[in-house]
Design a binder for this molecule. Structure first.
Ligand code: ARG
Length: 456
């Protein structure tokens, strides 16, 4: 136990079980040891530890880390309050009395904040790499589906034709923003809280610049009270995971729709679908549904911990221990979802010609026809109305654009001529797009190349 001095009785067994965080903060073991090694090296540099003591402590800590990694040691989760006490007790077992000096000038309050920061920084790097992998898969698929036509929607009503490549590129852009969010969090964590003590620093001449530098920070934090109270970065991280999940969830929703018999557009690999125990014909997109479902839990983690924070007085309160379960849960869920999504898409097949015929002459070309009128100097509002009338006429006659004749158009407005009928070809609709960022085939090709150069 780390704090026995003034206590006559041991912590009640149930209370220990209720309050112990070891089951989950064991995830921070490596970071806790990294921080402790830097602290020990600093204590040696200011002559609080002798060379021999420092060597013993650092050797012992490294051994704990190795034994943990090769699974030859594991702390007893029933016995300890948290990862810090488990490590300290193990250090006593390994090196004896010298272990008692490691905690000089340090509180678990600055220690836990540091551990979390180090963990989150590593995780940001890992997640950025994983997002990058998903983007690469989307770009590979885009390259082979530049001309694969699909209906684009607004209000989930057919709006204008687009291509699968253009649709996937939208996700690549979203994922770029997701990466930027994690990069921001990582870069913003440039100050070390170590040496803040419980809340008000130390009377010992701890060299905070040295520990900051050893742990890869630019500088120590500027206020000890803020340092141990701060969990903003946990909320930033939970938020970044939530937005990331939301993007995966929207893609999941589309994959689910695309795999219905009505759409019949995507064929997911057997290895990423499940069957029904009752209906033999079923092939269910469970992975996509689970990503969509888990998004709710990841949102919950953010709002849950934000609520924990909202009326805590400075500085450390035990409530802060509630940061860990949501943090690990959101992170692991998002990391797994990224991997699953990546593999699900790379092994999926798309029905390239699915919409080729169905979209021929589709009324979703109406905007193109209005643009044709604009180029004949008709004000857009008037063009909109004329085309609206054309659509109403065709619909009432059970026709679409491909069965429309020039006479049909002329019966609404004399301004139409033969060239207007060219608007009704799907492929040329994409070719006719002029604006940067549009589904124009050439523009999409260039965007794919630009993004490939950036990401590969
Ligand atoms: N397990 C604690 C947490 O995760 C570590 C800090 C405990 N500090 C204390 N003074 N009780 O927040």
């Amino acid at each position: 136990m780390l704090w026995g001095g003034r206590f006559k009785e041991k912590l009640n067994e149930k209370a220990l079980k209720f309050s112990s965080s070891l089951k989950f903060d064991i995830n921070l073991l490596q970071e806790d040891i990294e921080g402790s090694i830097a602290h020990a090296e600093m204590l040696y540099s200011i002559r609080i530890l002798t060379k021999d003591e420092a060597d013993k402590i650092i050797g012992g800590l490294k051994k704990i880390s190795e034994d943990w990694q090769n699974k030859s040691w594991q702390p007893d989760v029933e016995k300890f309050e948290d990862v810090h006490s488990a490590i300290e007790s193990r250090l006593y077992e390994l090196i004896g009395k010298a272990a008692g000096k490691l905690h000089t000038g340090r509180s678990r309050n600055d220690q836990i904040t540091l551990d979390l920061i180090l963990w989150i920084k590593k995780r940001c790097t890992l997640i950025v790499d994983s997002i990058n992998e998903l983007q690469k898969t989307l770009l590979e698929k885009s390259s082979i589906h530049i001309e694969t036509l699909i209906p684009g929607y607004t209000h989930f009503q057919r709006a204008q034709p687009i291509s699968l490549a253009f649709h996937f590129l939208a996700y690549v852009e979203m994922l770029e923003r997701d990466k930027a969010r994690f990069e921001f969090i990582k870069n913003n964590l440039s100050q070390s809280p170590l040496g803040s003590g419980a809340l008000a620093g130390s009377t010992l001449p701890l060299d905070r610049n040295l520990t900051a530098q050893k742990l890869g920070f630019e500088s120590p934090t500027g206020n000890a009270l803020d340092s141990v109270s701060n969990r903003d970065f946990v909320l930033d991280y939970l938020h970044a995971c939530s937005v990331g999940m939301m993007h995966l969830s929207r893609l999941s929703e589309e994959i689910i729709i695309w795999s219905t018999s009505e759409w019949n557009f995507i064929k997911l690999s057997d290895s990423f679908t499940t069957g029904s125990s009752l209906m033999p014909q079923k092939k269910n997109p469970d992975m996509a549904e689970l990503i969509r479902g888990k998004t709710g839990r990841v949102y919950g983690n953010y709002i849950g911990f934000a609520s924990t924070m909202k009326s805590l007085p400075l500085s450390y309160n035990r409530d802060l221990q509630e940061d860990k379960e949501p943090l690990f849960d959101s992170s692991f869920t998002y990391e797994d979802s990224l991997e699953i999504m990546n593999e699900m898409i790379s092994t999926a097949e798309f029905n390239k010609d699915r919409f080729e015929k169905e979209l021929q002459g589709d009324l979703s070309l109406a905007t193109d026809l209005a643009d044709w009128l604009v180029l004949k100097d008709v004000p857009f509002r008037e063009a909109h109305k004329i085309v609206g009338n054309v659509v109403a006429k065709l619909e009432s006659e059970g026709k679409n654009f491909s069965s429309a004749s020039l006479d049909d158009l002329k019966s609404i407005s004399e301004i139409f001529d033969e060239s207007a009928l060219k608007c009704f070809d799907m492929q040329s609709s994409l070719e006719n797009k002029k604006t940067f960022g549009s589904p124009n085939l050439q523009i999409v090709k260039e965007r794919i190349n630009f993004l490939k150069q950036k990401l590969f």
